[in-house]
Ligand binder design. Sequence first.
Ligand code: ARG
Length: 460
Amino acid sequence: MGTNKMWGGRFGEGPAQIMAEINASVDFDKRLAAQDLAGSRTHARMLADQGIITQADAASILKGLDQIEGEIADSSFIFKRELEDIHLNIESRLADIIGPAAGRLHTARSRNDQVATDFRLWVREACTRADAGLLALQRALLKQAAAHTDTIMPGFTHMQPAQPVSFAHHCLAYVEMFARDRGRFTDAAKRMNESPLGAAALAGTPFKIDRDKTAKALGFDHPARNSLDAVASRDFALEYLSAASIASVHLSRLAEEIVIWMTPAFGFITLSDAFTTGSSIMPQKRNPDAAELVRAKTGRVLGSFVTLTTVMKGLALAYAKDLQEDKEALFSAADALDLSLAAMAGMAADLKANPAKMRAAAEAGYPTATDLADWLVSKLNKPFREAHHIAGSIVKRAEEKGVTLEKLPLADMQKVEPGITSEIVTVLSLEASLNSRTSFGGTAPLRVREQISFWQERLK
Ligand code: ARG
């Protein structure tokens, strides 16, 4: 293997096969091609405007880059691993196309600020995509919520039936989580929006470049203020990955609930053929594979965060090749997140709630026992602890008789607490319990409808 034509000036021999193998990144960083072309175009225009290269050279560079863009689009571009990465592949091809003027593009630039710029542009777009994916998911959940403000299901703590809530309320809990996830991506996108271009290798450049101009042309708010920081930092990628990790954890919780709700034992929801698969051996099966995969892909996203944090830990300034390991981790996480969001939005729109099953499950768990205790507090002036104890004994009686609290004869209750009157039945139904939870943020349909209006306004 000959010396590298892009940087091989002082090298007598080419790299060992294994060196080329470990060094090459083009297999994955070809995904930065569009960003690399944008950065190079901007840089070339600026160099010409500043009189650092001629307008004629800039024009031929731009023309060459256009051709390369076409070649990449129609897959005729040949990526060469011996040219290491996307940056050198494009520059080398540019030289094939336009000749020596191609060599002027890299004036006042290094691959260090180049890759930092490209990657920021890519991650910034990934933030926008995540936000859009989360928004679509929120909208689907909101639609379910609007249809189910009066659909009662058991609310759980410890996965045990606790108190009745509406399915709408449950859906809106996720709308809230995904709203905060969106906030994290928006914040991250805002903070990362400074341009590394012009930081050059690490120290800046003696050429009279215009960093404000290139920053603006690439949609950055301003140039990064410190050239070392500009080429050495990847916390923008870490922020994406941490936001993605949290969002994925939220997705995995919803995925898990879908899986549980889908089991015939629960039967709270059904998913159509569009989001389920059959079994090759058991004809009765309808498996929630998409939900399971969303649940599992969280591992990839969290793993990527750990991967990149570990790469960054203890890394002395400024650039080191360690930083090349930032991309695969982030691409893998972004792919997993994008796909999971699309699948989850699809499932959220597709799922059909089964109110009868939800109601039956709610009835089975004595979920109005707290309402009974609250009644003893407000009507009989019992201290809550005592009321809790009385209600517990009444639940025990109902359990022994195999009836719901609502169906337990008054006489049985009065054996436990003589002060109880027939008025008690007004608080023991699921509806009464649901309707009574009128505190702000509570599950009463009245309150939930207010929240639905709030989100309908916001997610328009
Ligand atoms: N492929 C490299 C990366 O991803 C580009 C930067 C190379 N810089 C260098 N000084 N060798 O980080």
